[in-house]
Design a protein around this ligand. Structure first.
Ligand code: ATP
Ligand code: MG
Length: 270
């Protein structure tokens, strides 16, 4: 373990860079909304397959924008965005890049079951398989009893869990999450953090979690990208790899890392 801040994006090692195609990367990307100030300027960041990243920084620093760039919902004015080695020139299909948005984006006219199922139907997944996968994810996220409810009949946290199920049912190889656990009570939040941890550990899923929450960033981010007020040019990376992720929440090292990250955030605002 250990904390390490780097001013420049580092690939884990030159050997890695030579052999592993990054799952996703920005190369010298500059992005501004319309005529506004750039949010990112000549910004480079690399996500290796299996990486679990958290992205943290003050409101308005560009965290959501970074996810839009990775999914192709926004294009940089200059530089490149690549996923699995290919330039991202249009929005990526949700079967490969899963995006859980801040506002959930559920279909108001569809039940919980159908919200999770419809994407599979559109992709031509056989009916029996659709039902099996939907049932599995509703169960894992603790919303089976709500299967016939419509979004308007759900609490914020229940909507959020439906949105998470709808994304995970595709089994994407890159999962981008924009503050996915915000409206959840503390224990549900921990339970869903554990679900994401299982996905990372058991399925080698590559994840990027945007969060305002320092504890969440340290629990789920084996590496944390710290953004500051725009424009972001260099990356600040907080290294947080540890040996026993399951026991990490209760480990003394967890608290130490939270304190270190808090210090780094406060320092970067100064
Ligand atoms: N569609 C848009 N048009 C113009 N400016 C935008 C647009 N979307 C976002 N911005 C601006 O870009 C900046 C970055 O926004 P972004 O949503 O990426 O921030 P964020 O870090 O996700 O913030 P939060 O933590 O509040 O969600 C902000 O100043 C915001 O006002
Ligand atoms: Mg945001």
């Amino acid at each position: 373990m250990g904390v390490q801040c780097q001013d420049v994006q580092q690939v884990k090692s030159a050997a890695d860079a030579a052999t592993v195609t990054p799952r996703a990367e920005l190369q010298g990307a500059t992005f501004a909304y319309q005529e506004g100030q750039p949010i990112f300027r000549d910004f480079s960041w690399q996500i290796t397959p299996g990486d679990a990243w958290a992205v943290i920084g003050p409101s308005g620093c560009g965290k959501s924008t970074l996810l839009y760039l990775l999914t192709g919902l926004r294009q940089p004015q200059s530089g490149n965005v690549r996923v699995d080695g290919k330039p991202v020139e249009r929005p990526r299909p949700s079967s490969t890049t899963g995006l859980i948005l801040q506002d959930y984006g559920l279909l108001p006219w569809a039940t919980v079951w159908d919200n999770v199922r419809l994407g599979l139907q559109l992709r031509g997944v056989p009916k029996a398989q659709q039902a099996e996968q939907v049932a599995n994810w509703l169960e894992r996220l603790g919303i089976t009893a709500l299967r016939d409810h419509y979004p308007a009949q759900l609490s914020g946290g229940q909507r959020q869990r439906t949105a998470i199920a709808r994304t995970l049912v595709f089994q994407p190889n890159l999962l981008l999450m924009d503050e996915p656990f915000n409206s959840l009570d503390a224990l549900t939040r921990e339970r869903l953090q554990n679900v994401v941890l299982e996905l990372i550990l058991e399925h080698g899923l590559t994840t990027v979690l945007v969060t305002h929450n320092i504890e969440e960033a340290v629990f789920l981010g084996q590496r944390v990208l710290v953004l500051n007020q725009p424009p972001s040019a260099a990356t600040t990376i907080f290294e947080n790899r540890h040996d026993d992720p399951h026991a990490y929440r209760a480990a003394p090292a967890f608290l130490t890392q939270c304190t270190e990250l808090r210090t780094l955030l406060v320092g970067s605002e100064a």
